[in-house]
Structures are given as C-alpha cells and as structure tokens.
Design a protein around this ligand. Structure first.
Ligand SMILES: NC(=O)c1ccc[n+]([C@@H]2O[C@H](COP(=O)([O-])OP(=O)(O)OC[C@H]3O[C@@H](n4cnc5c(N)ncnc54)[C@H](OP(=O)(O)O)[C@@H]3O)[C@@H](O)[C@H]2O)c1
Length: 255
C-alpha cells in the first residue's frame, strides 16, 4: 500500500463531486486524511460514504467558497478533527455566463470573480495564517486549460482561470520555503460541470481528435494532485496541463 500522505490532512473545496471527489479519492488512497467541503450536506455525506473504505480518514463540512467566515470555521474544525491542515485544494468554481465577454453583465462577472478568484485567495490566506505559515504544506489550485487560451463562449470564466494561474505564480513566489503553491489546468473532464460539452456524440468526437483518444476522468486530475501534494517539494508557482493532449493536438487543418 502506498502511504505517501500518511499523517497529512487535506481540505478540498468542492470535494463532494467531480474533480474534487477524484482528488479526495487519490489522497485517501495514499493514506491521507481528507476534509471534503461544499454547499450541500447531502452531496458531501454521499461522497464521504462512497470514500470511507479507503485507507485515509474522510469527513465533511458544508461551506460556500464565497463565504470566508465559513472557511475559517471549516479550517478550525479540520485542524481539531485531524490535527493539521497540510494541503488546501482550491477546486470549487462556477461558470454562470456563456457568451462573448463584451456582453457580460456586472452580476455574473462579479459572481465568477467571487467564487473563482476571491474565494481561492481568501481561503489560501486563512490556511496560511492557521497552519501553513508555521508548519508548511501545499496549496493546489484547479484552473483550466481555458486559462491559457481564448474561448468563443466561456471567455469570462477563462479570464478568471488565467488570474488563478497568475495567483499561483505570485503566491508560489511569496510563500516559500515551507509552502508550495501549484496549479492544475485540466482539459475536458467527464463531470456534471462540463456535461454540456461531452454528453452524446460531441464527447466521442472530441475524444477521437485527442492524442490519448479519450476524455478525462476525475481520477486523472486526482493523480496529478497527489503528485503535487506528495512528490513535488521543489516545484512551486507552476501550472500542470492535464488534458489528454488536447492542447498540443494537430489542428483541424492537419498541417
Ligand atoms: N470538468 C471539466 O471539464 C473541467 C475542466 C477544466 C477545469 N475544471 C475545473 O475543475 C473544478 C471542479 O469542476 P468539476 O467539473 O469537478 O465540477 P462539478 O462536478 O460540478 O463539481 C463541483 C463541486 O464544487 C461544489 N461547489 C460548487 N460551487 C460551490 C461553491 N460556491 N462553494 C463550495 N462548493 C461549491 C459542488 O458541490 P455543491 O453543489 O454541494 O456546492 C461540487 O462538489 C472547477 O474549478 C472547474 O472550473 C473542470
């Protein structure tokens, strides 16, 4: 049994489903403790029940990443429950606006910023003051390949994922030597969040065009997160693209 995270504790925002749950699974398989958090108790409870047979210990608390006072409570309870807060995974995000950036309304612009940028920064500040500054550890941000390019429909979301990638560089530069800050930029992963992009024939066509000939699963991101949490002490401020090769595939002109 691989026990790379034995004695370590991770807090995973949006850990009750999709990629966050995949990351929680990888950490638990490696013997770590995981506190799952998201807004809905029933989703958290179900995810924790699904994961409870794994070697690490899992628990859950509800919270909204836009509410820093809830973050403070969840972090205090994580430290009380497991004795440490070594790994923060800023995974939860939202994407309320589809369309050209030029037409976005202030409400959905602010909402995307609040959850996808302000949330990860405030959660990281709290994890830093409550544990990481003294003891060290790692912060893992979940961005998107969208943060590295433009988009027809989700440019606002991509802009803030790009901001998260820059936040990772900046905090990586600031929080050493005991704390690393890294980022994962997933490609298309088969979760509810991205269902509109992969359901039905569209997903099969996208997969066929990819070098790896399949879409991503949450566990693909879980494995990358485990690497960053357990095996990358000399890596900080960086973004790993984990996208099945979509970013580097030969374009449709085939040249
Ligand atoms: N799926 C993809 O293809 C893809 C690609 C690139 C990047 N990403 C990124 O990967 C991350 C996870 O996405 P996913 O595909 O796994 O999504 P998902 O399957 O929809 O899961 C989202 C999780 O976040 C929680 N959540 C949503 N809003 C929240 C909030 N305001 N506060 C706290 N928790 C919240 C949800 O639970 P509750 O409903 O209980 O809150 C759920 O646990 C996001 O950062 C997303 O941008 C996804």
């Amino acid at each position: 049994m691989d026990n790379k995270l034995a004695g370590k504790t991770a807090l995973v925002t949006g850990g009750s489903a999709g990629i966050g749950k995949g990351i929680a699974r990888s950490f638990l398989e490696a013997g770590g403790n995981v506190m799952i958090t998201s807004r809905k108790a029933e989703k958290c409870e179900r995810a924790a029940a699904d994961l409870q047979e794994l070697p690490g210990q899992v628990d859950w608390r509800i919270s909204h990443v836009g509410q820093p006072e809830q973050a403070a409570t969840v972090m205090d309870e994580t430290i009380d429950r497991f004795g440490s807060l070594d790994i923060l995974v800023n995974n939860a995000a939202t994407n309320p606006y589809h369309g050209p950036m030029i037409d976005v309304d202030a409400g959905r612009l602010d909402k995307t910023y609040e959850i996808n940028v302000r949330g990860p920064l405030l959660w990281t500040q709290l994890a830093w003051s409550k544990w990481l500054a003294e003891h060290g550890g790692s912060v893992i941000n979940i961005a998107s390949v969208g943060g590295l390019k433009t988009s027809r429909d989700i440019g606002v979301y991509c802009m803030f994922k790009s901001t998260l990638i820059h936040m990772t560089k900046q905090l990586g530069a600031e929080l050493g030597p005991k704390t690393t800050v890294n980022c994962i930029a997933p490609g298309l992963i088969k979760t509810d969040f991205a269902r509109v992009l992969w359901d039905g024939d569209r997903g099969a066509a996208i997969a066929e065009a990819m070098p790896t000939k399949r879409l991503g699963e949450p566990e693909d991101i879980g494995k990358a997160a485990l690497f960053l949490a357990a095996d990358a002490p000399w890596m900080t401020g960086q973004t790993m693209v984990v996208d099945g090769g979509e970013f580097v595939r030969v374009d449709s002109l085939g040249v």
